[in-house]
Design a binder for this molecule. Sequence first.
Ligand code: PEP
Ligand code: MN
Length: 295
Amino acid sequence: MRETWHERFIDSPGVLKGAAREQTIVRVLDFHVGGNEFITMAGPCSVETEFQLMATANHVRRAGARILRGGAFKPRSSPYAFQGHGLEGLKMLARAREESGLAIVTEVMSEDDVPMVAEYADILQIGTRNMENYSLLEAAARSGRPILLKRGMAATIADWLRSAQLILNNGNPNVILCERGIRTFETATRNTFDVSAIALLKQISHLPVIADPSHAAGHRELVPVLARIAVASGADGLLVEVHPNPEKAWSDGEQSLDFAGFDAMMYDLEPWLELRGRELERREGDGALPMEAVG
Ligand code: PEP
Ligand code: MN
């Protein structure tokens, strides 16, 4: 069977499982993405205020997240919407890492910003709108930081894997693929969560694959169930938007979980992760979740 997929993805042989590599394990701080631990990246869509970021970091850490997400450079659909705090946002993220011990993933939108974002972030996120921005991909790859490569909203799996191959070809083997939903004729959800892409990639590619149920769904009530489906499909982790007060979020509030919602999702995922033999480690001394959080 593998031979057939090798023919289909002929332009990206280096990302496919084979004699050379069965699984890429990306080291980040003191843990790994793509190994036995299920890794959750969580945080607000945009870095807004010090309080918002710190409160979220401390909360998601206690609930089992390993990585804090938050946009300092925001690709917004409207030119009039909040575009992100830029360097100030990166500094806030770095302070949140210091305080919480979480690693940082944040989006880089321009080649020119790569050195600055790479100085502050542990993982560089390439957003859906930039998956085929090849000069950005090359610059990000050369930074040496692991790359979270989101699927283009209109990209086929072959297009996506070609972009991953380009990063590998620029000397960076640490690519994490992120399925975040694709555009289809359906408009009830923000995007269509392509779970078969995750299932297929877990069979044919050695790269870690994570799921972003937030941008796929566009509505917070769908996020926990899509997260569960992601676990069942074999994903190595999640990227989830969490905000202390989603109603007041500066971006993507509708799809953001509040703290209790995030706790409940993480708690409910545990038996599904156990079925898969995956671990979700809570930090030592974190203790049990408060009862109101899991009800
Ligand atoms: C995000 O993660 O906030 C984001 C903008 O994601 P995407 O590129 O998938 O739309
Ligand atoms: Mn967002």
